[in-house]
Design a protein around this ligand. Structure first.
Ligand code: SD4
Length: 333
């Protein structure tokens, strides 16, 4: 499993300062007016995603910068990671459950609040595209397991073995002890959640993962659960999560963050509040990581996590940046 190198980006601090002052003025306005009516001084188009998936934000940017819509941008953006066999927590090359099966979770949400999701999907490289088809071509929102797989084949998706040489080897190694804990290593997880605003100011999001390595067969995490791993409200903003899904589900994390932004908090403040809410319920616990990422209608972004190490990639008119976020626990020297 590769470890990520985290780059502290100076433009982030500048962006932080700008957002802080915008925020202050917005907060004053919000006392008199509705929070969602933020003037169009916007930083759009823009795309952000969890971790340093710069190739994914580059792909999304290709679409946004040529006047494409945010839904296409997030779908095609996260597909880059789904197709990458070296990302061992998403799509092809994702690590299996404890029975050796790779099972994928994904969801997508558009500007109108439409959403689609697949859970426990096997043998399909691009669960996000299946989720989009569920959203667009069925009256349903979530398809699971065999039914989702069958639906994928009916819609032209190809059967693919998702286990790679590397993940097979790691699994064989893991089986020697079969140590199973429902925790995620502090840094070793790379679920991709992506949020974008297009030239029209419309917001969409996508989230896709193979979930926790060596999970109990049948386990579904937060990533495909609308409101937990991802939530979009085109009037307010969007949020997405990475980390221990069980904790994110318990607080309906992404929905919580969007609602906090609706009440007037900045994306940064909302993500902090989301993590603090989780930590309040897990007093003293240090053995898990969660990272939240959020964007508001104005194109301001923010993130917060439990342990240092969570980053997000961003692409706007001023270029691509990788941003390190603040954490609840501070770095130990
Ligand atoms: C899950 N939230 O299934 C996901 C895991 C994750 O990078 O973020 N992995 O709980």
């Amino acid at each position: 499993m590769k470890r990520r190198t985290f780059i502290k980006n100076s433009t982030f601090s500048a962006a932080g300062l700008i957002s802080a002052s915008l925020l202050a003025s917005n907060n004053n306005e919000q006392k008199e007016k509705k929070p969602s009516k933020i003037a169009s001084t916007s930083n759009k188009p823009i795309v952000v995603c969890t971790w340093n998936f710069n190739k994914a934000t580059s792909k999304a940017w290709e679409i946004l910068s040529t006047d494409g819509n945010s839904l296409d941008a997030v779908e095609q953006g996260v597909m880059v990671e789904e197709a990458d066999p070296t990302n061992e927590t998403v799509g092809l090359g994702g690590r299996p459950d404890r029975d050796g099966n790779v099972t994928l979770d994904a969801c997508i949400m558009d500007k109108d609040g439409n959403c689609g999701s697949v859970v426990y999907l096997q043998n399909i490289v691009h669960p996000i595209s299946v989720a989009r088809k569920v959203m667009e071509n069925t009256p349903h929102i979530i398809l699971a397991g065999k039914g989702a797989e069958q639906f994928a084949y009916e819609n032209g998706f190809k059967k693919t073995d998702l286990l790679t040489e590397s993940t097979k080897k790691q699994y064989e190694e893991w089986k020697k002890t079969s140590k199973y804990e429902t925790i995620i290593n502090i840094e070793n997880h790379d679920t991709i959640g992506m949020l974008a605003i297009d030239n029209n100011g419309d917001i969409a999001g996508a989230c896709t993962t193979s979930g926790m390595a060596y999970k109990v067969a049948g386990r579904v995490g937060d990533s495909p659960i609308i409101g937990a791993g991802l939530y979009i409200d085109n009037e307010v903003g969007g949020a997405t999560a990475t980390g221990v899904g069980e904790e994110v589900i318990k607080t309906v994390g992404s929905f919580l963050i969007v609602e906090l932004m609706r009440q007037g908090k900045s994306p940064q403040e909302a993500c902090e509040e989301g993590v603090k809410r989780i930590m309040k319920k897990n007093k003293g616990r240090t053995d898990f990581q969660i990272g939240f990422l959020a964007i508001n209608k104005n194109g301001e972004t923010g993130g917060y996590c439990v342990h240092p190490g969570f980053t997000y990639s961003q692409f706007t008119n001023t270029g691509q940046t990788e941003n390190q976020v603040e954490s609840f626990y501070k770095k130990q020297n």
